[in-house]
Design a protein. Structure first.
Length: 372
């Protein structure tokens, strides 16, 4: 009898995880696995984009963990929600960096703060992570200053170590942020990102889903990468009449809402595998804040051959549709309401979803009881 090594077994399980998601449409509902993406880790319970957040997401059953990738001045891919780090780090308390506070135009939006592209990795490593939604998540804010900023390379190693320790494959779902902007300042990210995938055994074998709110970079990645068995591409969209940054830069008018029409979805299917829209584009809210009828986006995307995996379910009342809120106030954590909301979207035919609390996602899918 031939036995697989632990690493070979994990590689095989990774291929199986990705293969379980490759068929779209209701006819495949019984065959597919509904995937849970730990949005910036378990960011409802730990400061986002920290190893603590990713560890909690993995422990709570996430299939994938998500880093947002931006660039440092010296070209290192580092994990932050945005390149403006005023809200997610303690940089404002560092007097040595006070003179680098500035105003910039990022994808058409004026922003004031400190930006990763103005700092070397060594400088950024002197900072500590901070909770972005402190008023809604005071338990996370109590951890301000506890955790380091993490590079993409460090996260790959972390995911590989966790996978071996837990005996299951953990997928990675990196988002390339502000691609057009970074290219415009001489820090294009795509080739460095592709080189990082090739450089690590884990990203050559484990499931990787590459996401972006832009279109040109995903098309470029598809052309350069081809279709390796462990990689899928995810087109992010939002319910908006604004165009993606790359289309706007080129003078185009195609909006995110246009991309979610049948013709736009057919175009996406030529280079991507997954549509990841905001949840309210899947089931919109009625004027009273309750869920309305599902939109045609999910069915249309399935007809185009795309999987549908929206973002982002959050457990606080503030983020829930009125149907599912309780009387405990906007910042209250509402497990039952979040489970019910996710199940409404599962009934609408989605193939997976992003959540700030993967344990609640598991409860919604597996009917697994929650522990306080």
């Amino acid at each position: 009898m031939i036995r697989m090594t632990r690493r070979e077994a994990l590689t095989a399980s990774g291929a199986a995880l990705l293969a379980s998601t490759t068929v779209a449409g209701p006819a495949a509902a019984e065959a597919k696995k509904i995937l849970i993406y730990g949005h910036r880790g378990a960011s409802a319970l730990r400061p986002e984009h920290t190893l603590a957040s990713y560890a909690k997401a993995i422990a709570d059953g996430a299939d994938f963990i998500e880093p947002d990738l931006v660039s440092t001045k010296d070209g290192v891919l580092i994990i932050r929600h945005e390149n403006n780090i005023v809200e997610t780090t303690d940089i404002a308390s560092h007097p040595e960096f006070a003179d680098r506070k500035t105003e910039k135009l990022i994808d058409g939006e004026k922003q004031v703060g400190w930006f990763t592209e103005d700092f070397t990795l060594a400088e950024l490593k002197t900072l500590r992570a901070k909770e972005r939604l402190g008023q809604l998540r005071p338990q996370n804010a109590a951890m301000d200053g506890w955790f380091d900023l993490v590079t993409w390379a460090e996260m790959i190693d972390f995911a590989a170590a966790e996978s071996l320790a837990r005996g299951r494959t953990i997928g990675l779902v990196p988002e390339i942020k502000h691609s057009t902007y970074f290219a415009s300042i001489g820090l294009p990210m795509e080739d460095r990102f592709l080189a990082s995938l090739a450089a690590h055994h884990y990203t050559r074998t484990a499931p990787v889903v590459i996401q972006s709110f832009e279109t040109a970079n995903l098309k470029y990645i598809r052309q350069k990468l081809g279709r390796p068995a462990n990689v899928q591409l995810m087109q992010l969209t939002a319910g908006s009449d604004l165009p993606p940054a790359d289309i706007a830069k080129a003078g185009g008018k195609t909006s995110y809402n246009d991309l979610m029409k049948p013709e736009g979805l057919a175009g996406i299917a030529r280079y991507a595998d997954i549509l990841a829209s905001d949840t309210r584009s899947i089931i919109p809210l009625s004027p009273d804040g309750r869920l309305a009828k599902p939109s045609p986006v999910t069915a249309d995307a399935h007809k185009a051959g795309l999987l549908v995996q929206p973002w982002t379910f959050r457990p606080e009342n503030y983020f829930l549709a009125k149907d599912f809120q309780d009387a405990n106030g906007p910042a209250a954590r509402n497990v039952a309401g979040s489970v019910a909301e996710i199940r409404a979207y599962l009934a609408a035919g989605i193939d997976g979803f992003f959540t700030d609390d993967p344990a609640i996602g598991r409860e919604a899918i597996d009917h697994r009881s929650m522990r306080s």
